[in-house]
Design a protein around this ligand. Structure first.
Ligand code: DP6
Length: 318
């Protein structure tokens, strides 16, 4: 019996991943860019056992059905790499408001990748760990990396996340609704690719957008990175809404936050909004503007401030 514990944080994409080139290996259709947060960690312990079945306990509740299946499939992959077939108990504590578009699957599978690979005796470097986490959930590839990460499109070997330098930013996260979302991002991604007529344009434009965003990062150009971030998020929501049946994640409150951010810019502040597959809105700004942005957005929704955070890391088993 071997045991390992690891911790990882969510990340929010500045250039989004929305679409897969391959579902089996979970390869993205385009690369993406993100900030790993310093809040809402997930801590996961994996203990190999003599039992006949895997056990999955999330936030104190034993899971079955699709959540368990997804974790078991991931463990099967780890066991394949390790040449082992003993089962495991996975105990995970997640402080992210679940399934509200705040990337709980990213921190969850990043922590699971690190804990499971260690429990099964694999010694993976950061790149291999990012590739492994990707199989659990695409965005998890980026949560392995501290601060800012680019996750490359490409084949299984090349599709990993690695660190990039970015201008100093902080993030004001507005929780518009912490409930379960109506359509999971996995399902919505599939529907978008199959039915949205805008999907091909999303794919070609996002590849170019990522190049521009990386250039802005290299140049330390926050204004350019901010504009790219907001435009890319709105384009993602547009391609999603173009699905049939249509999917709409942003609510009137989400839009009111985008409007408030535009007003802040008109007043000379530097702030740009983004949103994942849910109604919550994340606003990036330079550290000197965070207090004002948090106060103004705080009038519309509950806010928390996040800073660039650590990558996944081993922890002493609890
Ligand atoms: C909108 O990583 O949750 O947050 O690979 O199917 O698990 P799967 O998808 P997931 O999708 C994240 C979508 C997004 C954009 C992003 O984080 O880049």
């Amino acid at each position: 019996m071997t045991v390992a514990t690891a911790q990882a944080h969510p990340n929010i994409a500045l250039v989004k991943y929305w679409g897969k080139a391959d579902t089996a290996a979970n390869l993205p259709a385009t690369g993406s860019l993100s900030m790993t947060l310093d809040i809402f960690p997930t801590t996961t312990t994996v203990r190999t056992t003599d039992d006949h079945a895997d056990r999955v306990v999330l936030n104190g509740v034993e899971r079955d059905g699709t959540v368990r299946e997804r974790v078991v499939r991931f463990l099967d992959h780890v066991r394949g790499l390790a040449g082992r077939d003993d089962r495991a108990e996975v105990v995970s504590w997640n402080t992210v408001p679940s399934a509200a578009g705040l990337a709980s699957s990213a921190s969850g599978f990043a922590a699971l990748a690190q804990a499971a690979s260690e429990a099964y005796g694999l010694h993976l470097d950061t790149r291999a760990l990012s590739r492994l986490a990707r199989r659990g959930s695409g965005s998890a590839a980026r949560s392995i990396i501290p601060r800012f990460a680019v996750w490359h499109a490409g084949d299984d070997e090349r599709s990993f996340a690695e660190p990039v330098e970015a201008p100093a930013i902080e993030m004001v996260i507005a929780t518009v609704d912490a409930g379960e979302k109506a359509v999971s991002s996995r399902e919505a991604m599939k529907r978008t690719a199959l039915t949205s007529p805008f999907y091909p344009a999303w794919i070609t434009s996002t590849a170019q957008t990522l190049e521009s965003a990386l250039e802005a990062c290299r140049a330390g150009d926050l204004d350019r990175l901010g504009r790219i971030t907001e435009t890319n998020a709105l384009r993602m929501h547009a391609v999603i809404q173009g699905s049939d049946p249509s999917i709409r994640y942003l609510t009137p409150v989400s839009w009111s936050i985008f409007d408030a951010v535009a007003r802040l810019r008109a007043e000379g502040l530097r702030a740009w909004a983004t949103a994942d597959a849910g109604p919550n809105v994340c606003v990036i700004c330079p550290p000197e503007d965070t207090a004002v942005v948090a106060e103004r957005i705080g009038a519309l929704a509950e806010v928390v401030v996040a800073r660039p955070g650590p990558g996944s890391a081993s922890r002493e088993p609890a």
